[in-house]
Design a protein around this ligand. Structure first.
Ligand code: FE2
Ligand code: FE2
Length: 273
């Protein structure tokens, strides 16, 4: 295989009652079905709000079934509820076992490893981190097994939430504690990744596009396919726009393309209500 093309979409937030978001998904679907990458990864928040409206997840499932390429999914806080942080207020909608199992029943495993072109692509369920759920410890054991089998391949990690803003040394702030992976599980994952050649961490959740490197690792924040938040609601960190990310992986390198599908429209959350 000369190269492996992977398209990351994120934060599609689909719901039957929100046609603007469905339209943006269809524009991306048209791009994907025309370009036929080897794999599509949705890094979470598939539905508008699965815990309160289970039909959103079912609607999102039917739309993703229209993608004519293999897909993998990891859950976001709007799919199964949020994980607690140690420094900030508790999430308004905490993760539940019921919503987690519902997601797995609809979308398959919430963690996965795909090998291609000399790479291991690993998806992790960020929402179980810091919960104490049995699934959290199981995921760590599973990750250790996967990493033991990497054997010199480069590794790309996919999670709903980013690991950090600039560096793993920064303190976690109460005001933004639900934006990032909590400190303890983050440090655990990074420590485990120290035994392999981690090159890429791809996340969603923030609804802003961002691309930076820390050490040898490139961190990509995919924008939402559907909408962004106004400056009144959320500070500017990266680029507020809708879109997606395409990657081309070769055994010793990868390229990143920040894209917007033809006809995809920048939607401000405030215009939906
Ligand atoms: Fe989101
Ligand atoms: Fe999210």
């Amino acid at each position: 295989m000369p190269e492996f093309r992977l398209v990351q979409i994120s934060d599609t937030h689909l719901a039957r009652r929100l046609p603007l978001l469905t339209d943006n998904f269809h524009r991306v679907r048209e791009y994907i079905n025309a370009r036929r990458p080897d794999l599509v990864v949705n890094t979470g928040d598939l539905g508008w709000d699965g815990p309160t409206s289970p039909d959103d997840l079912e609607f999102a499932r039917t739309l993703h079934a229209e993608l004519s390429v293999p897909c993998r999914f990891i859950p976001g806080n709007h799919d199964i509820g949020d994980n607690p942080s140690d420094v900030g207020p508790p999430p308004s909608q905490p993760i539940t076992e019921r919503d987690l199992q519902n997601f797995i029943a609809m979308y398959g495993e919430d963690r996965w490893c795909v090998e291609a072109a000399g790479w291991c692509f690993i998806g992790l369920n960020a929402m179980v981190m810091n919960t104490g759920f049995p699934r959290e410890a199981e995921q760590i054991d599973w990750l250790a097994e996967q990493l033991a089998g990497v054997k010199g391949r480069q590794v790309a990690l996919f999670l709903h939430k980013p690991l950090f803003l600039e560096s793993p040394d920064e303190p976690q702030l109460a005001a933004t504690s639900l934006r990032y992976i909590p400190v303890q599980p983050r440090n655990r994952v990074l420590q485990m990744m120290g035994q392999v050649d981690l090159r890429l961490v791809a996340s969603g959740h923030v609804h802003q596009r961002r691309d930076f490197s820390f050490g040898h690792v490139r961190h990509i924040w995919a924008p939402s396919v559907g909408f962004f938040f106004s400056d009144k609601r959320q500070e500017v960190i990266g680029t507020k726009e809708v879109g997606f990310v395409e990657y081309r992986f070769k055994p010793d390198s990868f390229e990143v393309f920040h894209l917007k599908a033809p006809g995809q429209i920048d939607v401000d959350l405030d215009s939906l209500s």
